[in-house]
Each structure stands twice: as C-alpha cells, then as structure tokens.
Design a protein around this ligand. Structure first.
Ligand code: ADP
Ligand code: 5GP
Length: 182
C-alpha cells in the first residue's frame, strides 16, 4: 500500500509544475484527479487535470458520500473522489493537490498522510506567477491573492513547509520526504 501525500500552497505557487517534475522523476507517484465545478483552463484536459462536473453532479456525489474530502472556494466546489484515491494507493504513492480545509479533513480521517505546504519566495513573486500564467481573470487574481494570505497562515500545522524557489529543487525535496517516510 502506498502513502497519501497532501500538497497545499496558494494558487499560482507552482504546485502543478513541481508535481509534474516529481512524477516525471518517480514512476511510483500517482496524481489524484479531483472533481471540480470550475470550468477548464485552455490547457486542461477532463480526466487528467480535473474531472469537470456540474454543480448538480457534484452535490449528488457529496450526498452519496463519494468524497474523501471536499471544499467550496473561489466560487466553486473541489473534491477528492475517494474510490479513485484508494485504488491508486494500491500500487503507488498518491499525490493530492488540495487546499487547507480539505487537507484538515484528510489529516483527521487519515492521520498517516504526509502533509506538505509549498510557499512562494515572496507575495510579490506569487502574484507575478499567478498573473504570468495568463489564464486567470483579474477578478479571480484578486480573490486568489486574498485567499493566499489565509492559506499561508495555515502552513504551521503541516508536517513540512517548502519554498518553491527552484521548481526542480522543490520537486527533489518532495521526493526525499516521500523516500524518508517510505
Ligand atoms: P499552481 O498549480 O500552484 O496553481 P502552477 O504550477 O500553475 O501553480 O504555476 C503557476 C505559474 O508559475 C506557471 O506559469 C509556472 O510556470 C510558474 N512557476 C512554477 N514554479 C516556478 C518557479 N519555481 N519559478 C518561476 N516560475 C514558476
Ligand atoms: P485551481 O482552480 O487553481 O486549479 O485550484 C484552486 C485551489 O483548489 C488550489 O489551492 C488547489 O489545491 C485546490 N484544490 C484542487 N483540487 C482540490 C480538491 O479536490 N479538494 C480541495 N479541498 N481543494 C482542491
């Protein structure tokens, strides 16, 4: 049975980038594909980055108890389908890219999970990255920067706090944490 690894950090900090590098370097890692009611960004593929579902479908899944954890933020629902995460853990370590409210639910329900928080080198650099991605509206940037402050305050109860200065180095640190705990 593999480990469950929770990765949090403000939107735009580079979680997707860092996890992409880590997965390229370690074939034992699986990505837990979340369900969301947010619309896809131009480069996002249904079933790869997220399962893009309607609000009605998401609420049916909540009622059916299908989520390991879920949360509503930035005007949308996001959640981890339980069955998929459990299945992937059978033959590898599973990475969950989720925000702190979901991470708190995982910590409570699965205390053996490893919780990692990724910080930006500075708030200014975070905003630059969010804006530089070029796929988020000004209104969403404002909402996400406000939320980033609250999210970064939550880092203290995570098992590890990393700074994404170099994405390569940050990915290596994650791989080392997993290897140490394996
Ligand atoms: P998240 O998944 O946390 O929302 P992304 O992985 O989409 O963040 O990264 C946001 C933007 O920041 C992207 O344009 C990405 O190329 C860039 N980025 C990621 N890591 C770094 C880094 N270490 N240094 C500079 N830019 C980075
Ligand atoms: P984005 O819209 O930029 O892809 O993600 C916004 C935020 O939602 C990020 O902080 C990301 O970690 C979080 N998120 C993505 N999937 C899930 C999930 O399944 N559950 C929870 N709780 N948060 C998620």
């Amino acid at each position: 049975m593999g480990k469950l690894i929770v990765i949090s950090g403000p939107s735009g900090v580079g979680k997707g980038t860092v996890l992409g590098i880590a997965m390229d370097r370690c074939p034992d890692l699986r990505f837990s594909v979340s369900a969301t009611t947010r619309g896809p960004r131009p480069n996002e593929v249904d079933g790869v980055h997220y399962y893009f579902v309607t609000r009605e479908r998401f609420e049916e899944m909540i009622a059916a108890g299908d989520f390991l954890e879920y949360d509503a933020h930035a005007a949308n629902y996001y959640g981890t389908p339980r069955a998929q995460a459990m299945e992937k853990m059978e033959n590898g370590h599973v990475l969950l890219d989720i925000e702190p409210k979901g991470a708190e639910q995982v910590k409570k329900n699965m205390p053996e999970a490893i919780l990692i928080f990724i910080m930006p080198p500075s708030v200014e650099e975070l905003e630059r990255r969010l804006r530089g991605r070029g796929d988020t509206s000004e209104e969403q940037i404002r909402i996400r920067m406000e939320r980033a402050i609250w999210e970064m305050d939550q880092r203290h109860w995570y098992d590890h706090v990393l700074v994404n200065d170099s994405a390569e180095a940050c990915a290596e640190e994650i791989l080392k944490i997993i290897a140490d705990k394996a």
